[in-house]
Design a protein around this ligand. Structure first.
Ligand code: GTP
Ligand code: MG
Length: 212
């Protein structure tokens, strides 16, 4: 896999996906371990998590536990630093937050604060690129505000060609620098026959999370 850990020192990477449940948290774990193995101090940030019950953001807590083991600097932080906005309803942030406000400037400052504790900060979005945060502000706009490179996680199941191309169109449209990684997981047995022939012809080189 051609990603050079040294290129990411002092940077944040925004992990997004073609949709919810495609494998952003799984990918975050893969990248955290990959960068840590290569000597980088890693960090994790999930600006907004929904579907949070009993003050336990599942993605945030799982990755926070991992990061504390990989980079003891994160022991000084709390789960509220890692996941500042937590909402109960398992829905888009716009719907889940009801009448409360999400302060984008606050999130930008929080991101910069967390970057002080690590060499590379893995930021996990919620859902896909066009998930609304405010009525006219989407997850893709948060990536732009954060001024980070995006890693787009795409599925291997039937439909992945369409989903991948649509998300890439959106990223190009916003002039967001990105790389994309296929999560070889669903329909793994049929991927080579069903989706890979086009993807390989179109993109020439494919990157798989499982190769990291
Ligand atoms: P949200 O944050 O809820 O939008 O989802 P997500 O994009 O972070 O997806 P997540 O990584 O949570 O993956 C969804 C489910 O599929 C989880 O139960 C994962 O454990 C499982 N999963 C995803 N990718 C893989 C994989 O490559 N291998 C295995 N074993 N499980 C996977
Ligand atoms: Mg997740």
């Amino acid at each position: 896999m051609k990603i050079n850990p040294q290129d990411y020192i002092g940077k944040a990477i925004f992990i997004t996906a073609t949709n919810t449940n495609v494998g952003k948290t799984f990918a975050s774990e893969v990248f955290l371990k990959y960068f840590a193995k290569n000597g980088l101090k890693v960090g994790y940030f999930k600006p907004i998590e929904t579907g949070v019950i009993d003050n336990s953001p599942l993605d945030g807590l799982k990755m926070f536990e991992l990061v504390k083991k990989l980079n003891p600097n994160f022991l000084k932080l709390t789960i509220n630093d890692i996941v500042p906005y937590q909402f109960t309803l398992p829905a888009s942030p716009y719907v889940a937050k009801e009448n409360s406000k999400i302060d984008i400037e606050f999130l930008k400052k929080k991101k910069e604060y967390l970057q002080k504790f690590c060499d590379v900060l893995i930021v996990e979005g919620a859902g896909g690129l066009m998930v609304p945060i405010e009525k006219d502000f989407f997850m893709i706009d948060l990536i732009k505000e954060f001024n980070t490179k995006a890693f787009l996680i795409t599925p291997s199941k039937l439909g992945s060609i369409n989903d991948t191309l649509l998300s890439i169109e959106a990223l190009k449209n916003r002039k967001i620098d990105f790389d994309f990684f296929i999560n070889l997981y669903l329909d793994i047995d049929s991927f080579d026959k069903v989706s890979k022939p086009f993807l390989e012809d179109y993109f020439k080189e494919l990157k798989f999370l499982q190769d990291l």
